[in-house]
Design a protein around this ligand. Structure first.
Ligand code: DX5
Ligand code: ZN
Length: 220
């Protein structure tokens, strides 16, 4: 499976949002990752649908909206309308996960379910056949620039085995602390989509060189 890179604009210079997104696109980033935080599910506040709309006007690449918010079903239509292509919901916020996935598909968007580091894979076993993607958090969500949690590696590997055993071609994404140093291990474990915030937008060598460095490291 070819590896895709999804730069997270949480780490971008927001005074130059369109420019930063276009730099990532020109450097071959397959997706742009937008972190939506509500100060309740996670202890931080970030963006709403108008940010997705602004990114949409800046690029043609796939936009994923990572909803770190309680009751995501209340806002999913707004993020769909704003132009997100993939809507990512946290398992921990969805008591009716199957229904939430149906809601996303009903809006003709791809559905991704996200698991915190401590949330077991067993909690999504029954919906694996219904989702387009699973995202394994490799840090506790809420902030960019945190250190990658090594303990998530066996979980990534077990998920890849589960998907293979069922013949499911769904994407396996990782998010948190991903950069040239951690990319080889997550790809070896079975991840094929890498979110990277600080490693792309805070890199001294610039966005394009940073994306190239992650892509080179992901070739394992
Ligand atoms: C963390 C967010 C991440 C964050 C990743 O809660 O979900 O997407 O932007 O940032 P880095 O790559 O800097 O760890
Ligand atoms: Zn994220």
């Amino acid at each position: 499976m070819p590896v895709e890179i999804a730069p997270s604009i949480l780490a971008a210079d927001l005074t130059r949002l369109a420019e930063q997104v276009k730099e990532a696109e020109a450097a071959g980033a397959e997706r742009i990752h937008v972190d939506i935080m509500d100060g309740r599910f996670v202890p931080n506040l970030t963006f709403g649908p108008i940010m997705v709309e602004a990114v949409r006007r800046s690029t043609k690449v796939i936009i994923e909206a990572h909803l770190m918010i309680v009751e995501p079903e209340r806002y999913i239509p707004d993020f769909a309308k704003a132009g997100a292509d993939i809507i990512e919901v946290q398992q921990e916020t969805c008591p009716h996960l199957h229904q939430t996935i149906q809601q996303i598909h009903g809006l003709h968007k791809k559905a991704c379910v996200v698991l915190n580091p401590a949330t077991p894979l067993a909690t999504i076993e029954e919906v694996l056949g219904d989702v387009d993607e699973v995202l394994i958090m490799t840090v506790n969500p809420g902030f960019g620039g945190q250190q990658f949690l090594e303990t998530t590696l066996p979980k990534i590997a077990r998920l890849r085995q589960m998907l293979d055993a069922r013949g499911l071609g769904c994407d396996l994404e990782v998010d948190g602390g991903i950069g040239p140093a951690t990319a080889p291990a997550v790809v070896k474990a079975g991840a094929n989509v890498l979110v990277a915030g600080a490693a792309v937008f805070k890199a001294k060598q610039g966005v394009a060189a940073a994306i190239q460095a992650i892509r080179a490291a992901a070739q394992v």
